[in-house]
Write a protein of this length. Structure first.
Length: 107
């Protein structure tokens, strides 16, 4: 897991994996987008449960809003997608391939 502290990264070490820092940035940003999309789907799935309840009483509605807030705060506390993507890249957990000499790497 990515830590919550600010960490200085050695870009030369990151660039060694692809021999090009720009390609490394593209790979990590694409992975971050994948992770962010998955996290958003999980959040939407959990919040959809509360949309389907259709509660009428104000007291129950207030409790439902509190539950929704707890779920949202749980997702906000998770490490950010960019930090996770860089962590995966540093640990060599990301598979990527270069489709050709003039094209960008694809995940």
């Amino acid at each position: 897991m990515a830590s919550k502290n600010i960490e200085t990264l050695d870009i030369t070490n990151l660039a060694e994996m692809t021999d090009n820092i720009y390609e490394t940035v593209v790979i990590s940003s694409r992975r971050a987008r994948q992770l962010a999309a998955r996290t958003k789907e999980d959040l939407d799935t959990q919040l959809a449960y509360y949309d389907d309840l259709g509660l009428v009483e104000p007291a129950e509605e207030l409790r439902t809003n509190e539950d929704q807030l707890k779920v949202s705060l749980e997702f906000e506390r998770r490490p950010k997608a960019g930090a996770l993507a860089l962590e995966e890249l540093k640990n060599d957990e990301v598979y990527y391939r270069n489709a050709g000499p003039d094209s960008a790497a694809t995940l």
